[in-house]
Design a protein around this ligand. Sequence first.
Ligand SMILES: NC(=O)c1ccc[n+]([C@@H]2O[C@H](COP(=O)([O-])OP(=O)(O)OC[C@H]3O[C@@H](n4cnc5c(N)ncnc54)[C@H](OP(=O)(O)O)[C@@H]3O)[C@@H](O)[C@H]2O)c1
Length: 226
Amino acid sequence: MRIGILGTGAMAAALGGAWVRAGHEVLVGGRDPEAARQLAAGMGASEGGDLAQAARFGEAVLLAVPADAAVPVVGPLAADLAGRTLLDCTVPMAPGAGGPHLTTAGTADSVAARLAATAPAARVAKAFGICHESIWTLSRPAFEGGAPLGVPYCADDPAAAALVADLVVSMDCVPVHCGGLDRAGLLEATAVFAIGVWWSGGEARRVFPSPALAPGVTDDDEGGDR
Ligand SMILES: NC(=O)c1ccc[n+]([C@@H]2O[C@H](COP(=O)([O-])OP(=O)(O)OC[C@H]3O[C@@H](n4cnc5c(N)ncnc54)[C@H](OP(=O)(O)O)[C@@H]3O)[C@@H](O)[C@H]2O)c1
């Protein structure tokens, strides 16, 4: 798969590296093309360039910039992104006294929905925003016992959903389809929630045990992709 990356920071490096290891063709694009070329060279990617080159390169395009830069970055690239799957990993979050909070107006006002309105010919998918970037540097993200990492995602477009699922499988992870873009705000809020738990010294994984542990529930009763 050909994947363009918008951004040259921590997520660009971690996910780009994972995709290169998985055999995908990656072009890193940044507002500083030289920084993009250096990052691309370091991860063994095919090349680096500017943001428009990255937007045009991929059938998939990762947006890896701060959430408040998402719409300003994508707006001028809307035509370049037509027909491509735009992978939105942004977390609209700001620190607060009681912990991090959403910077959107709520779960009905997601960055992903704003991007879909900004680039209506792109196929927007919310994905890869739950885990810390360091997870994507592992050769195979897995839990104790070898269970693979589940990667939740939201997309309206069936082709975009299928692309994300293929990409996740290529990373030895398990795709978890969470519905359409109207649910992307729930994923964004989940990321903020988990980060708040981690920042307070807790372990977010302990909050979501498998329903299979509940009395009277069998594996067959479990919904979803896992
Ligand atoms: N880090 C994580 O563990 C993690 C996990 C899940 C989701 N996320 C989300 O992933 C996104 C990227 O996070 P990150 O940790 O990779 O951030 P980062 O390391 O700070 O990198 C941000 C990148 O965005 C670029 N950028 C910022 N404003 C821009 C603008 N106006 N126009 C063009 N490029 C711009 C920066 O370019 P310059 O270098 O030129 O400033 C940099 O390349 C964020 O939305 C974050 O919420 C992060």
